[in-house]
Design a protein around this ligand. Structure first.
Ligand code: SIN
Length: 529
C-alpha cells in the first residue's frame, strides 16, 4: 500500500491535519479502534482562546507559562496563543457548532489557572465530540482504516518511509509514504487511575523511541484532580468547568480543601489541586466536589451527570466523590515548529508530541487548541514541501533482536505500581523500585525486540511497559519538583533545572539545556534538518 501521507491516530490533531492537507495528496489514516474512540472524543473541557473584549493573547500566554512553571518554549506559546483566535474563528465560520449564549454569541467559560473567561465548549461538556464529529464531515477525501494497529515504523537509510500494521484478526500489511505522522495521543493507560480512552497505551511514543527518535520531558505527567470515583476506580472525568461554575472541593466532614490557595483556590493549576487531594486521600479522607450551588447541573454538564448516574452516584446529594488520575503527558516525541521529529520523514502532533507548549504542566483546555494548531502547521508544511520530497527507494527495515523470553507483567500490577511509585508524588526509593520492577520484565530488551509475532494485546502491553520505563527513568533523573513532577525528596523548584530537558533516545539518555526562542517558522535547534 502507498500514499503520500500516513497519519497514525484519529484524534483532533490527526483529523485537523487530514482536513487541511491538499486534496492532491493521498492521505491514509490508521486508527487502532474507530474514529470515535480517542482522548479528543472524550474531552469535556473546551478550547482556550482569547476572544472576549477584556482578554488578549498576552494574558493567555502568561497563564500558559505560569501553569507550565516556565519550562515551556516561550516562542511557541507566544505563536499559538496569538494565532488561536483566527484558527477558532475559521472553525466557527465553517459551521462547527460551539455553544452560544442567549444573544447568539460564543459562550466563554472559566477553568483552572485562567485569568479570564476564555474556554469555548460544544454540547455543554462534550467539546471533543462536537469538534471531532464536525472534522469527520470534512475528510471524505481521506482513506480511513479502522481497527488497524501500527506496530513498527519502517526506517530505511535513516528516513522513516512506512509503517507495519496489524488488523484485529492478526493479518499484517506494510504501507509506505513520504510523510509519516504520529498522532496517537499519550500514555494514560499505564496508570490505574486515568481519564484516557482504553486505546491510549503509549503506542506512538514507543514506536518513535524504538525507531531512534528523541523523546523529551517524559517525567511531566499531568494528573487531573477530579476523576469521578466509584467502587475504587476513576470512572470518568468531572470537568474543571464544574469548578469553573462554582463547585468546591470538600472532605467527608465538609472541610473546604482549597481555602489557603490564593488567588485561584479550587481553580488553582491542576498539579496544585491534584497534590492537595492526594494528600487528603493519603490521610484517609474522602474528597468530594460539592456541586450544591450549581443550578441546572444536569443540563449544563450532561456527560458528567450521565457518568454519575451510570455509577450510582446520587446527584441530589450535591456531592460527587473524586480522585486524581493521569490526564495528560506534557512530554513526548520531540518536535520542531513544523512538527518534524529528529527522524527525517517522521512527524508528531497532538499529545504524542513534545512541542514545548505545555512546559511542566498543561493549562486547562490548551490541548485541543494545540492539536488544532499543530495539525494546521504541519498541513501547511507538507502542502508546501511535498513536491520536493524524495520518494523512498529502499524499503528494507532493520533486523530486530529476538523477543525476550520473560513473560510480560500482569497489566493491573503494572498500572497500580506506576500509580504508587511513578505517580502524583515520587521519591528516589520508589522510582528505583519501579525501575527494578520494569527491568525484571525486560523493558530495555523490548525496545530492540522483534514484535512481528505478538498479538494486539501483547503489543499494547509492550508499548505500555516501554513507556512506563521511560517515564520512570526521567522522573528519577529530575531531582526537583516542577509542575506535574512532584519529588517528595526534592520538594522545591530548583533554578538549576529551569528549562533543562531530559532527552531520551535509543542510543542514550542525556540532559539538555534548551532555552529556545526561535522566530516564527524557523527550526528549533541546529540538530534538526
Ligand atoms: C476538563 O474538562 O477538566 C479537562 C479539560 C482539559 O484537560 O483541558
Amino acid at each position: 500500500m502507498r500514499g503520500n501521507v500516513i497519519i497514525i491516530g484519529s484524534g483532533i490533531a490527526a483529523l485537523q491535519l487530514a482536513k487541511k492537507l491538499s486534496r492532491n495528496l493521498h492521505v491514509i489514516v490508521f486508527t487502532k479502534s474507530t474514529l470515535t474512540v480517542s482522548n479528543s472524543y472524550l474531552a469535556q473541557g473546551g478550547i482556550a482562546v482569547a476572544l472576549s473584549d477584556s482578554d488578549n493573547a498576552e494574558k493567555h500566554y502568561h497563564d500558559t507559562m505560569e501553569a507550565g512553571r516556565y519550562h515551556n518554549n516561550s516562542a511557541t506559546v507566544a505563536m499559538m496563543t496569538k494565532e488561536a483566535p483566527e484558527l477558532i474563528k475559521e472553525l466557527i465560520n465553517e459551521g462547527c457548532p460551539f455553544d452560544r449564549n442567549e444573544n447568539g454569541e460564543i459562550k466563554l467559560g472559566l477553568e483552572g489557572a485562567h485569568s479570564e473567561k476564555r474556554i469555548i465548549h460544544g454540547g455543554g461538556d462534550a467539546t471533543g465530540k462536537t469538534v471531532i464529529d464536525f472534522l469527520q464531515t470534512q475528510i471524505n477525501h481521506v482513506t480511513v482504516m479502522e481497527n488497524m494497529t501500527v506496530y513498527e515504523l519502517i526506517i530505511s537509510e535513516n528516513r522513516c518511509v512506512g509503517v507495519k500494521v496489524k488488523g484485529l484478526d492478526g493479518h499484517t500489511i506494510q504501507a509506505y509514504a513520504e510523510h509519516i505522522v504520529i498522532a496517537t495521543g499519550g500514555l494514560g493507560q499505564i496508570y490505574s487511575f486515568t481519564s484516557s480512552a482504553e486505546t491510549v497505551t503509549g503506542d506512538g511514543l514507543a514506536l518513535a523511541y524504538r525507531a531512534g527518535a528523541e523523546l523529551s520531558d517524559m517525567e511531566f505527567v499531568q494528573f487531573h484532580p477530579t476523576l469521578i470515583s466509584a467502587n475504587g476506580k476513576g470512572v470518568g472525568l468531572a470537568s474543571e468547568a464544574v469548578r469553573g461554575e462554582g463547585a468546591k472541593l470538600v472532605t467527608e466532614e465538609g472541610t473546604y480543601l482549597m481555602e489557603g490557595f490564593h488567588p485561584y483556590k479550587d481553580l488553582s493549576p491542576r498539579h496544585v489541586v491534584s497534590q492537595e487531594i492526594y494528600k487528603a486521600l493519603k490521610e484517609g479522607h474522602t474528597v468530594y466536589l460539592d456541586i450544591s450551588t450549581i443550578d441546572n447541573f444536569v443540563k449544563k454538564f450532561p456527560t458528567v451527570a450521565s457518568i454519575c448516574i451510570e455509577h450510582g452516584i446520587d446527584l441530589a446529594s450535591g456531592r460527587i466523590p473524586v480522585v486524581p488520575g493521569c490526564h495528560f503527558l506534557m512530554g513526548g516525541i520531540r518536535t520542531d515548529l513544523n512538527a518534524q521529529t529528529t527522524i527525517p520523514g517522521l512527524y508528531a502532533i497532538g499529545e504524542a508530541a513534545c512541542t514545548g507548549v505545555h512546559g511542566a504542566n498543561r493549562l486547562a483546555s490548551n490541548s485541543l487548541l494545540e492539536g488544532l494548531y499543530f495539525g494546521n502547521r504541519l498541513a501547511d508544511f507538507i502542502n508546501e514541501n511535498s513536491a520536493q520530497m524524495k520518494k523512498p527507494e529502499r524499503w528494507l527495515s532493520e533486523v530486530k533482536a529476538a523477543p525476550p523470553k520473560r513473560a510480560l507483567p500482569d497489566i493491573e500490577l503494572l498500572k497500580s505500581t506506576m500509580m504508587e511509585r511513578t505517580g502524583i508524588a515520587r521519591t528516589k526509593e520508589n522510582l528505583e523500585k519501579q525501575l527494578d520492577f520494569l527491568k525484571s520484565f525486560a523493558a530495555p530488551q523490548w525496545v530492540k525486540a522483534d514484535l512481528e509475532d505478538l498479538s494486539i494485546e501483547e503489543l499494547n502491553e509492550v508499548f505500555m511497559l516501554i513507556c512506563s520505563w521511560l517515564v520512570t527513568k526521567a522522573a528519577l533523573k529530575r531531582t526537583e519538583s516542577r509542575g506535574g513532577h512532584l519529588r517528595l525528596d526534592y520538594p522545591n523548584e530548583d533554578a538549576g533545572w529551569e528549562k533543562r530537558q531530559i532527552i531520551q533516545q535509543l542510543k542514550g539518555d542525556r540532559i539538555e539545556q534548551s532555552e529556545i526562542t526561535p522566530a516564527a517558522g524557523t527550526i528549533l535547534s541546529g540538530r534538526y534538518r
